[in-house]
Design a binder for this molecule. Structure first.
Ligand code: 4NP
Length: 158
């Protein structure tokens, strides 16, 4: 079963939304995946997602209230097939943290979306509430593209 870890800075806004969106899309499509999220920082470890993230997910029919923040670990690089950064700073931090023998493939979330390679998911933490709608649009586009890609890969391997 393919496994993906989404990583942002705090693990309370963008990566829990990416996790929620992918869980929902995979369930909708009947695709089995392992999904988790983490932060490069540890300031919010143990906390639920930001209430603005919980709200935007809920408005779109997805419940992320049970998620709890944690910091990414070196063991994650052996556990997950894909570690997916939400922005370039997260990706840079992951490259620095990656053990030499880590097998996880690193990418940016929007690399998975045709036409959006190399783009970052903007950090909505310091901005207006509308920023979370933009985050939701980005993570749902990525969730659709990820399920599409992994389904095709699974079919090709059959
Ligand atoms: P996230 O947003 O990386 O999308 O979870 C942030 C959450 C918290 C902080 C920064 C970004 N912070 O500075 O505490």
């Amino acid at each position: 079963m393919p496994s993906l870890l989404f990583v942002c800075l705090g693990n309370i806004c963008r990566s829990p939304l990416a996790e929620g969106a992918l869980r929902a899309e995979a369930a909708r499509r009947g695709v089995a995946l392992v999904v988790d999220s983490a932060g490069t920082g540890n300031w919010h470890a143990g906390e639920p997602p930001d209430e603005r993230a919980v709200a935007v997910a809920a408005r779109n029919g997805v419940d992320i209230t049970a998620l709890r923040a944690r910091q990414v670990t070196r063991a994650d690089f052996a556990c997950f097939d894909h570690i997916v950064a939400l922005d370039h700073a997260n990706l840079k931090d992951l490259r620095r943290l990656a053990p030499e023998d880590g097998s996880a493939r690193l990418s940016l979330l929007l690399d998975w979306v045709p036409g959006r390679q190399g783009q970052a998911v903007a950090d909505p933490w310091f901005g207006e509430a509308e920023g979370f709608d933009a985050t939701w649009a980005d993570v749902t586009a990525a969730a659709r593209a990820i399920v599409e890609r992994l389904s095709k890969d699974a079919e090709a391997a059959r």
